[in-house]
Design a protein around this ligand. Structure first.
Ligand code: MN
Length: 200
């Protein structure tokens, strides 16, 4: 039972001008596709090919570096496409809006802290908004294709929002200006999906 590359839930150019079509096309069709293929190759014929990706990530310390990198890459991009939308942006409402105000004092304070985590990740990695078992939110960041579901993560939790800060996510349009890409991300966040993941 191989993992499948999901279709993008919108057109390649749907997030312009915040994220350009060519970047989306390569990011989904080449990078995410490669993580998916390489994950399938790494688990083929093992007991892992009947496990969920969440199960694999929760026990990642027992598996190979190839499964860690490509399993993370597979999961992380699945999440990333869904938490963006051409109809996104604005101020979060609903339970997530309330939880952000509760746990970060204000949406502006949350944005400042999340942007700092994304900008401060040296090299390649991700910034995350995660929830714990009680629904409390926190911000964390992971290197490479690691994520907070992995048993090796310094800070663990369920990701409900994630930002890819690998150069492949922004370099064609923003070159070295990662902070400009982070600033544009706020315009495309699909808060309905973040709310669904918070409730889930
Ligand atoms: Mn990526």
């Amino acid at each position: 039972m191989a993992f499948q590359l999901p279709d993008l839930p919108y057109a390649f150019d749907a997030l312009e001008p915040n994220i350009d079509a060519r970047t989306m096309e390569i990011h989904h069709g080449k990078h995410h596709a490669a993580y998916t293929t390489n994950l399938n190759n790494a688990i083929a014929g093992t007991e892992l090919d009947s496990k969920s990706i969440e199960d694999i990530l929760a026990n990642i310390s027992k598996h190979s570096v190839a499964i860690r990198n490509n399993g993370g890459g597979y999961y992380n991009h699945n999440l990333f496409w869904t938490i963006m939308s051409p109809d996104g942006g604005g101020v979060p409402t609903g339970a997530v809006g309330e939880a952000i105000s509760r746990d970060f004092s204000s949406f502006d304070d949350f944005k400042t802290q999340f942007a700092a985590a994304a900008a401060g990740r040296f090299g390649s990695g991700w910034a995350w908004l995660i929830k714990d078992g009680s629904g409390k939110l926190s911000i964390t960041s992971t290197p490479n294709q690691d994520n907070p579901l992995m048993d090796i993560a310094e800070v663990k939790g369920t990701p409900i929002l994630g930002l890819d800060v690998w150069e492949h996510a922004y370099y064609l349009n923003y070159q070295n200006r990662r902070p400009d890409y982070i600033a544009a991300f706020w315009n495309v966040i699909n808060w309905d999906e973040v709310n669904a993941r918070y409730a889930g």
